[in-house]
Unconditional design. Structure first.
Length: 282
């Protein structure tokens, strides 16, 4: 269901894309490997792009794997599922003729997914699977804007850079609303869980999150950590800072935001990112 905003910025010439069957199947997979392993194997095997991506990643580690069954064994169910989701989304939203480095943008999405899952496993394990998905999709509104309102979106990025301000504020000034609202409209159109839409909508404004506040907190925290680590490029040129609201929420998990206290968690995140060749850190 389109909002007035989407109808306004697109001037009635486009509709939000529908969620393809393969993507729907991937997002519906639970975190239960015993019941979902065969389903994942069947989904990946039916798509040559997903198959090629999994085999490329595992063989880049020095393996010599030719079957999806063995690749999932080596990667582990959860990582194989996350890679498949990332791969399908980047394929589905393939961007052309843009001044924005879409590869760097997807690297940011993927990194936030990995870091959000890592944080959740440490502090709220029951949210690990949701955190990975929400992290991957948190900024998907940027891709919609880049696809259909590329000139205005590029202007917003330029404004964020010139003012060193948050990108979502620049988007509101130029487009009327931001990528969070656009992503939430897409989530509604795709009938994704409301908690995922809430992450898209409020990862820059935690005070308004009510459906699954801890999930929004985890993704917001992951987003900032990835910006500090300079993993990928989401087009946001504001200085990454921890807001008082975020610090207050993280204190409930006894997370101290002093750099020395954060170092063990950041090293853990870097280790996970290195497994996917997403950081320049050793």
């Amino acid at each position: 269901m389109q909002t007035e905003y989407i109808e306004k910025i697109t001037k009635g010439i486009i509709n939000l894309p529908t969620l393809p069957t393969v993507a729907a199947q991937l997002f519906e997979l639970s975190d239960d490997e015993k019941s979902q392993r065969n389903a994942l194997e069947q989904i990946v095997s039916s798509d040559p792009v997903l198959t090629a991506r999994l085999l490329k990643i595992i063989n880049a580690r020095g393996e010599s794997i030719t079957s999806i069954h063995s690749a999932i064994d080596k990667l582990g169910f959860e990582q194989a599922k996350n890679i498949s989701q990332e791969t399908f989304m980047s394929k589905f939203f393939e961007l052309k003729d843009s001044k924005v480095d879409s590869q760097k943008m997807w690297e940011h999405f993927n990194a936030v997914s990995i870091v959000a899952r890592t944080i959740a496993l440490e502090y709220e394990p029951s949210l690990a699977a949701d955190a990975a998905t929400a992290g991957l999709l948190h900024d998907i509104g940027k891709i919609i804007l880049l696809q259909y309102k590329s000139n205005e979106f590029e202007q917003a990025i330029a404004l964020s850079k010139s003012r060193s301000c948050e990108l979502y504020l620049a988007e509101r000034e130029i487009l009327g609303k931001d990528h969070g609202q656009t992503g939430a409209d897409l989530a509604e159109s795709w009938r994704l869980p409301r908690s995922i839409g809430e992450v898209m909508l409020y990862h820059h404004d935690l005070s308004r999150a009510v459906i699954n506040r801890p999930l929004v907190v985890i993704v917001s925290f992951a987003d900032i950590l990835c910006r500090i680590l300079e993993v990928g490029d989401g087009g946001n040129y504001a200085q990454p800072v921890f807001t008082e609201e975020l610090a207050k929420e993280l204190s409930k998990w006894r997370i101290d935001l002093e750099l020395s206290a954060l170092k063990p968690l950041m090293l853990l995140c870097i280790n996970e990112l290195n497994k996917r060749n997403l950081t320049r850190y050793e």
